[in-house]
Design a protein around this ligand. Structure first.
Ligand SMILES: Cc1cc2nc3c(=O)[nH]c(=O)nc-3n(C[C@H](O)[C@H](O)[C@H](O)COP(=O)(O)OP(=O)(O)OC[C@H]3O[C@@H](n4cnc5c(N)ncnc54)[C@H](O)[C@@H]3O)c2cc1C
Length: 467
């Protein structure tokens, strides 16, 4: 049994742990305790027994050993964009001070610390003409994003973030530091790629490949929400013969009537064609011209841009906020799926609890790797569905979560496996059981049994050790 109470921890043991650490330790009542465990998504609260803000791999190992000796569960937080189970009564290792990244231009790789955000990599790689496989927001953590798969605007050209990892340095649940790569601890390396968020140890650093992208063509086309059906149908046809250089999405957005939202969007609904053409702008323009020739948009924001400005494609919120996202892979975007999407996004009086729905085109390099190459196995779905809503109170959180569950259930057979990166909290735990092929889930459970038979890391993906 894991202990749930700080009262069982001797003050001397805590003092000794603090003396060993380069970073800081916080217990309830300490000034800074709250800030030390509050993550980006403010809808999720933790009540950990203690928090270690790690500064080094040895801090992480000390914290893991301390938790073992004191029968505590161990939770890991990078940025708090994708929480699993609340870290109640656990030792929470906050990685946000281990936030460095270094780029080696010659080998086109980046060494990334376990708590770094994509922004740290992008700032180092872009001046060298290199791009990482980040997602829509540079403020998301590299490690958490990668451990769940990682699908961004270069996915169809180069694959998922997991396809770009050369190795992980991991502090195991036993408190040992080891390297997992194709040649060392290969099963752990396999499992971490798509199956390892917070459940197989702590990634303290990783090496990822970078790609030669400097000038790209990206942005958004906005059509009125009233055109959603025809835009969705056209999008489905439009992407059919796309080159892999183009990763695009269609989004339905109900912009809230908030002062932070630009005037022309505030309180309005739009259907948007967004994405990135990773190649010369003149080539990319051909694909957008098809839309301009079809119907005049309200605004065309596609433009040639440096890859460093990739965040402007989605303009995700940077500051912490309370929200609930959900998502899953779609086998296809058939007429019934389009009807369902329209019903859930427009079938209400006024805006629905889900503020946005986005359907990203997958395939290309995402689908090239074998389903067994990594723990992550949803390689063949055509589209990735994401949805989200604001959740300022627990009641609204439940409302949004319930609506998302109904929405997904109504998609029926169009829906494929869950995408764990687009799940949170209880939904993420539950979705773990359905996110992998049966073969990959069995293999993942065997790796879990090898490295964490006691299931001490039980706050991220819910993978139970094989018996
Ligand atoms: C605004 C926004 C935009 C997004 N865009 C995309 C996108 O384009 N594509 C996409 O695929 N996903 C996207 N996501 C989803 C995102 O990838 C997940 O939420 C991911 O889990 C976030 O990782 P994190 O480290 O930032 O968050 P955290 O909440 O800190 O961590 C997420 C999970 O990873 C574990 N973890 C974190 N660091 C470590 C570590 N060092 N060692 C072991 N486990 C660790 C945590 O325990 C937790 O279970 C987005 C999310 C948001 C909120």
């Amino acid at each position: 049994m894991l202990s749930n109470s700080l009262s069982t921890l001797a003050p001397d043991a805590l003092k000794q742990l603090q003396a060993e650490l380069d970073g800081e330790l916080f217990v309830p009542g300490d000034e800074g305790f709250e800030a030390a465990h509050r993550g980006w998504n403010l809808a999720f609260r933790h009540t950990p027994a203690l928090v270690v803000k790690a500064m080094s791999a040895s801090d992480v190992a000390d914290a893991v050993r301390f938790a073992r000796e004191n029968h505590l569960g161990i939770a890991v937080q990078g940025t708090g964009h994708g929480p699993g189970r609340a870290a109640d009564g656990a030792l929470l290792i906050n990685m946000s001070d281990m936030n460095h990244a270094f780029v080696d231009a010659e080998s086109r790789t980046a060494w990334v610390e376990g708590g770094a955000k994509w922004k740290a990599v992008l700032e180092k790689s872009a001046p060298l003409g290199l791009a990482p496989l980040l997602g829509s927001s540079p403020y998301v953590g590299v490690t958490g994003y990668t451990l769940g798969g990682g699908m961004g605007w270069l996915a169809r050209k180069y694959g998922m973030a997991i396809d770009a990892v050369n190795w992980f340095d991991v502090v195991t649940p036993e408190g040992h530091l080891l390297r997992a790569s194709a040649n060392e601890h290969a099963e752990l390396f396999w499992a971490l790629r798509g199956g390892g968020a917070g459940n197989l140890g702590v990634v303290v650093a990783m090496e990822i490949n970078l790609y030669p992208e400097t000038d790209v063509y990206g942005g958004n086309l906005l059509y009125p929400g009233s055109m959603a059906r025809e835009v969705l149908v056209k999008f489905r046809e439009w992407v059919k013969d796309h080159p892999e250089n183009l990763t695009a999405a269609v989004s339905i957005m109900h912009y809230p009537p908030m002062p932070q939202v630009p005037d022309f969007l505030r309180g309005q609904s739009f259907v948007q064609i967004r994405g990135l053409y990773a190649g010369p702008a003149v080539e990319g323009q051909v694909y957008i011209q098809e839309w301009l020739d079809w119907r005049e948009p309200v605004v065309n924001m596609w433009r040639p841009m440096p890859f460093a400005e990739i965040a402007t494609v989605s303009n995700d919120p940077e500051e912490p906020m309370p929200g609930k996202v959900s998502g899953a892979w779609l086998r296809e975007l058939n007429d019934e799926a389009i009807d369902t999407i329209l019903r859930f996004m427009f079938g209400q009086d006024g805006p629905p609890p889900v503020m946005f729905t986005e359907i990203r085109h997958a395939g290309g390099a995402v689908a090239r790797a074998a389903k067994t190459a990594t723990a992550y196995s949803s390689r063949d779905a055509q589209f990735l569905l994401g949805m989200g809503g604001l959740a300022p109170t627990p009641e609204i959180f439940d409302l949004v979560a319930g609506y998302q569950a109904e929405f997904k259930a109504a998609l029926g057979s169009a829906l494929a496996a869950p995408y764990l990166n687009f799940t949170e909290g209880h939904e993420r735990r539950e979705a773990t059981h359905h996110a992998f092929s049966p073969e990959n889930l069995r293999r993942l459970q065997a790796v879990k049994a090898q490295y964490d038979a006691e299931n001490r890391f039980d706050y991220g993906f819910d993978v139970k050790p094989a018996k």
